[in-house]
Write a protein that binds this ligand. Structure first.
Ligand code: COA
Length: 215
């Protein structure tokens, strides 16, 4: 049954490999439990916030609060849209798209993770391609931005294989870890258009557009 009051819960992005659904409470639980099985080796930290170092139940609380906060603080000026990624009905990872001042700038940024057991099979690339299709095709974005630590070949690999270009770097510091050089990447609409796919289907987007401040 369609969700009667919150249009995001009727949104879906489907590719031949993955389905992306905005994170509702049930998907939030599944993502929290997937994270229990590992996202990266202990001692490494690919994220700006070291949330994977927290043990349950505190990590569960923080994750649920993060997803609730995304919905609770969603405005056209500043939004975070977290998707759960499913393969054959199983939750395998998370793909977020976010923006500040999107109506004026048309720029989105992304962040993501895949359960360690599902990594290296092309799912990370596919979920990013799916969310890029939503951003460029459904929302009319001008540019997608991403960033990854210089020593994160998988994340850099996703961006490079989707045609992003490097756009400089900067130093970044995650609590409890040494500073690290982060590589900035951008994919402009002109670079995305030639690789536009016709096998990615977005449903339920129209009802969400007013929440993005889009007609
Ligand atoms: C980053 C992440 C989402 C990528 O997803 P994935 O499913 O593992 O990646 P894919 O299998 O889709 O690979 C994408 C590309 O990167 C390349 N790649 C993947 N892992 C790689 C590695 N360890 N070394 C070099 N290249 C790699 C692949 O060959 C592929 O390139 P191609 O399409 O040209 O063949 C996933 O590895 C992950 O969750 N890592 C831990 C959390 C994290 O780093 N999040 C991102 C923070 S910026």
């Amino acid at each position: 049954m369609p969700h009667p009051t919150w249009p995001f819960f009727n949104l879906a992005i489907r590719t031949p490999m993955v389905e992306l659904r905005p994170v509702d409470e049930a998907l939030g639980v599944q993502l929290a439990l997937l994270a229990d099985r590992g996202i990266h080796p202990r001692g490494e930290m690919p994220f700006c916030v070291p949330w994977t170092d927290i043990d349950p139940p505190e990590r569960y609380w923080a994750s649920m609060q993060f997803y609730w906060r995304c919905w609770g603080s969603f405005t056209a000026q500043d939004w975070h849209l977290p998707f759960a990624t499913l393969v054959d009905g199983e939750v395998v990872g998370m793909q977020e798209v976010a923006a500040t001042g999107f109506v004026d700038l048309g720029v989105i940024r992304t962040g993501s993770w895949i359960g360690q057991e599902f990594q290296g099979r092309g799912i990370g690339r596919e979920q990013r391609a799916a969310v890029l299709h939503f951003a460029f095709d459904s929302l009319g974005a001008r540019r997608a931005e991403s960033a990854a630590n210089h020593d994160n070949p998988a994340s850099l690999g996703v961006s490079r294989s989707l045609g992003y270009r490097e756009n400089g770097d900067r130093w970044s510091k995650t609590d409890g870890y040494p500073p690290v050089r982060q590589v900035d990447l951008v994919l402009d609409r002109e670079a995305w258009e030639p690789q536009r796919r016709d096998d990615i289907v977005v449903t339920g987007a129209a009802a969400t557009l007013p929440l993005f401040g889009l007609a």
